[in-house]
Design a protein around this ligand. Structure first.
Ligand code: MG
Length: 251
């Protein structure tokens, strides 16, 4: 497998492998040992969905030193995480909606981990075997709400606040990838996952000690510096090395 997406045509929803802009339908369990059509499926009328339907989204904060500095917050000694509502997910191409016009709402480009096997109490050394792959995400944040509350679930769980996808890359080394966010073509965030304080294996291990992770669960690994405000009409593009771009408009 390489890039895996979830698609819909009329009432039919299916997974497929994506190769050079063509899609090949998947048969069997996407997290098991699936097989694929030999011939591509015509793309006419096919919509891209979020690549997985997680039981939970776990978001990690302050996991890049330069971002922690720009927020003025101290680096956490252990990974700092919270839950984001799965109903906040939107696929590539869908619109991000700003809930309150008088609040500041921000973009945050992040690398997302997709869990592939049920896991609990897994060591960092064994973690890679439980990871299905990686994809691009945004942890959209109502900064006004976040600043007013000590819990961040509300600030980060509004509908449309977790753009994810378009596809899951199952064969990629997650720890040396450039991660960029472009707002209307302007480069705003420019980091590399080699700057992660707690790397992907540390994160899934730590979280698995605290709660069971299930296939399809998503972990957002934190954002690099350069966060900024979004406005209606913006075009936001997350580019992570080795992955298809994640593009969403704002309304
Ligand atoms: Mg974040």
């Amino acid at each position: 497998m390489a890039a895996i997406g979830r698609f819909q045509k009329a009432d039919e929803i299916y997974y497929a492998k994506v190769v050079d802009g063509e899609i090949f339908k998947l048969h069997g369990d996407v997290f098991g040992s699936p097989s694929f059509d030999k011939k591509p499926t015509p793309l006419k009328g096919v919509k891209t969905l979020t690549p997985v339907q997680p039981s939970k989204i776990i978001a990690v904060g302050l996991n890049y030193a330069d971002h922690a500095r720009e927020t003025g917050k101290a680096l956490p000694k252990e990974p700092l995480f919270w839950l984001k509502a799965p109903t906040s997910l939107i696929p590539d191409g869908a619109k991000i909606e700003i809930p309150f016009a008088n609040h500041r709402t921000d973009f945050e480009a992040e690398l997302a981990i997709v869990i592939g096997r049920r896991m609990r109490n897994v060591t960092p050394a064994a973690a890679a075997r439980y990871i299905f792959g990686y994809t691009a995400a945004q942890d959209i944040t109502d900064r006004t709400v976040q600043g007013a509350e000590s819990q961040w679930a509300r600030a980060k769980s509004f509908d449309t606040f977790t753009p994810l996808g378009p596809y899951v890359e199952t064969k990629i080394d997650p720890h040396d990838l450039s991660i960029q966010l472009f707002q209307n073509g302007q480069l705003r965030q420019n980091g590399n996952t080699n700057q992660l304080i707690f790397n992907c294996f540390d994160l899934v291990s730590f979280i698995s000690v605290n709660m069971t992770l299930l296939p399809g669960d998503i972990i957002l690994t934190g954002t690099p510096s350069g966060i900024g405000k979004i406005e209606s009409g913006d075009r936001l593009e997350v580019r992570i090395e080795g992955m298809a771009p994640l593009v969403n408009m704002v309304k």
